[in-house]
Design a protein around this ligand. Sequence first.
Ligand SMILES: [Ca+2]
Ligand SMILES: [Ca+2]
Ligand SMILES: [Ca+2]
Length: 486
Amino acid sequence: MKHVESFLHRATPGFTKRRVQLALKGLVAFAAIIALSALAIADSRGINFETSQGYTSGSIQNQPNGNPPPAGWGGQAPGVILINPAIDQQVVAFWPGRPASFGDQSWRISNAFTEGSFGDMPFSPSLTNEAGETMAQNLVYSGGVRQNHFEVQWGFTSADPTGPEGDSFVSASPDRGDGARMSYIRLEDHPAGIQVHFSDYVDKAPYGAYGTPFSAMNGCEVQDDFTDVTVATVSRNKAHYVRIAIDFIDGPRNDIVKVYVDGTLRYTGTTWEDYFRWCTESGGGTGTTTADQSRTVDSMLFRVGGGVLHPQNLGKGFLIDNLIYSSSRRSNECDDHHGDGDGDVDDGHGRHGHSHFHKDGCDSHEGDDVEHNDDQQGHHFKSTSVNSAAFSTADDGRTLTMTGIGLDNGLPVGFTLIAVDRPDGWICVRWRIYQRDREHPVTCGSEPAQGRPPQLRPPFKTATFRRGRCSYLFVRHFVVHVRYVR
Ligand SMILES: [Ca+2]
Ligand SMILES: [Ca+2]
Ligand SMILES: [Ca+2]
């Protein structure tokens, strides 16, 4: 049996070094700094319409700082169509009764003037990286690195919360910059409250299909149409927030749009993908994969459509503020996770060891690695492959569980490593066994030590030892400092 040793994490402030009596022989424990990264945002914009961001009172055209699209607000671009000056919209300062969260300045828009057009309506600044299906059409209107997830949230309230409006509305849509809207939210201001409407395009059976114009036509028949769902009715005199999260998934009838109002999921629907794919009026419906595709998005189109004038709403309408939108990649959420750990261990008597782990995604990836080296004890473990990993998040922390095989002082073992990023507190010991598989694969039991493993205090998390021809490594929950990479 190997010499009994315990090691203390020397990088944990407030954790005084002390020896811990261990019942097991040959224990080596180490602690690590781990980094479990979450989904990376590829590209985002946040607009509060304040002077600090370069916004000033007046038309939103070329704001902030005189920037035309795509860096600033404007009409369709490229092509540089200006926002129709007849549209009743402007950045306003110190609006009476504005919600505190809106700051000093907001953007006001009303439907005093409307029209049936798209290109001369207000478009927000473009993201660098568009979002859409792999084959979605961007033409000249969006670009960058194609992402498949888009999120947008904005705050709104009535600019005239005590008025008798019954016909005040504005719509907002993720768009690539020319009016090819992929989703839709409409705000309607009424004396009883502001209604939030959502619309998607639903292809009912028989479904559109690639092949011929006749197979495609099934996606744009009389039974197929845009919906109009009232997802919430909220008060007129407070700030409310609507958020839509879109997963663009290749192929028809599968995009996912989740609509949240004030943080609560109100509706799950789809995009307008199959309108563009199957309807000839949008350029689709040919039956070919070249023409029949959905569209990309990289900005928000705020539209006052219809063509009917509402002069009584002049100077009223809605205040819009705190607009945030982003594109990101969610091909396989598991593949967007990464775990890293590095730990130096010290027994307080000059002996030193080092541990390291790295894991990308949930399947086996090149570069995955688990190592522990302690020269003084002559102990070296290195993984030969990490076969799987699972990342989970709970209220009390994130967990990375890795399984694989490796060499423990040259002898083959299997292993499980559990890293928990819980920042403090006590955690019950959990054990996993490495079983060496040499000449006799089943000679190593799962309870190799006398009695049960001891309750170790944090930050210990792993333990290895040998008995006879068997080599074991225990991994337990542990507590260390955590560094998040977002
Ligand atoms: Ca503001
Ligand atoms: Ca259909
Ligand atoms: Ca789709």
